[in-house]
Design a protein around this ligand. Structure first.
Ligand code: NAD
Length: 285
């Protein structure tokens, strides 16, 4: 039976380290600050924003929230971003997605200065990531890399198969895995004979958004399985993209949902805000 990779414990381990660095920065008179913008009243977005605020408190960072009404225009949102870009006391800026349909999401994501782009969505940061020169990393993939590091798993030479090619999970995960010398295969909705590929994985990443999509026959004996999916069932229960009960009998390690990859994402947002602050203040620690 697989060893469970405990996302909550690894999150706490990382948050402790971040909190101690934040304390050291404050002793130098520098305080990292995260500005979060939320437009409209989507209940899920509200929960995510509150969680980000709590995480800032946990590590001793300043958090600023800008709640804007649903009818906010792209221009108004860009004006706020310009103000935050110019504010030297703000280390990181993020705009909670989704934004209302009438807002030009790409214009918003491109307006955040790359140095403050703690979600790592700006094309400049995406490019830097692909060359291995990035300082800020996409939070969910970075969280998975930290989980592997914590568990003492070196991706070098391993075959990492990623199901899903999204800009926020699949593609950046492939880049991070490549930078650690894994052999990487990205699969997606048009991939032919998916199980024959996923069975070859030493490390299998599922980022599909379909409950229990990865079944036991798609996993090789002893694989490490990282489940990114967060799916809400009709019963209200959360479940991942992996058929956990069956797959855990075959894998050597597996992340649960909830309590796996999810908790790491917000910890890595704190990591990026800290990194951004240190870079902006030329502090090496
Ligand atoms: P997305 O919808 O942007 O991408 C899904 C990917 O799955 C696509 O690339 C698509 O090609 C692929 N896919 C769909 N059907 C497929 C099939 N039949 N066979 C193979 N591939 C198929 O999703 P996303 O934003 O990458 O998110 C994926 C899941 O991860 C969602 O459940 C989301 O909620 C979750 N998520 C979790 C976190 C976290 O913090 N844990 C962060 C981001 C996303």
């Amino acid at each position: 039976m697989a060893k469970l990779i405990d996302g909550k414990a690894i999150r706490e381990f990382n948050l402790d380290k971040i909190a101690s660095e934040v304390a050291q920065l404050k002793e130098k008179g520098v305080e990292p600050a995260l500005a979060v913008i939320i437009v409209g009243s989507d209940p899920a977005s509200r929960v995510y924003v509150n969680n980000k605020k709590t995480a800032c408190e946990r590590v001793g960072m300043r958090s600023l929230e800008f709640a804007m009404p649903e009818e906010t225009t792209t221009e108004e949102l860009l004006a706020l971003i310009d103000k935050l870009n110019a504010d030297a006391s703000v280390s990181g800026i993020l705009c909670q997605l989704p934004v209302p349909k009438h807002i030009d999401k790409n214009a918003v994501l491109r307006r955040i200065r790359p140095e403050k782009d703690v979600d790592c969505f700006h094309p400049e940061n995406v490019g830097l990531l692909s060359t291995g020169m990035g300082k800020l990393m996409p939070c969910t993939p970075m969280g998975m890399m930290k989980m592997l590091e914590y568990e003492g798993i070196d991706p070098a030479g391993k075959h990492c198969v990623i199901i899903g090619r999204s800009d926020i999970v699949g593609k950046p995960m492939a880049m991070l895995m490549l930078s650690k010398s894994a052999t990487v295969t990205i699969c997606h909705s048009k991939t032919a004979d998916l199980p024959s590929i996923t069975r070859q994985a030493d490390i299998l990443v599922a980022a599909v958004g379909i409950p229990n999509f990865v079944t036991e026959d798609m996993v090789g004996e002893g694989a490490i399985v990282l489940d990114v999916g967060i799916n809400r069932l009709e019963s209200g229960k959360l479940c991942g993209d992996v058929d956990f009960e069956a797959v855990k009998e075959k894998a050597s390690m597996i992340t649960p949902v909830p309590g796996g990859v999810g908790p790491m994402t917000i910890a890595m947002l704190m990591q990026n805000t800290l990194t951004a602050c240190k870079e902006q203040n030329n502090i090496l620690m």
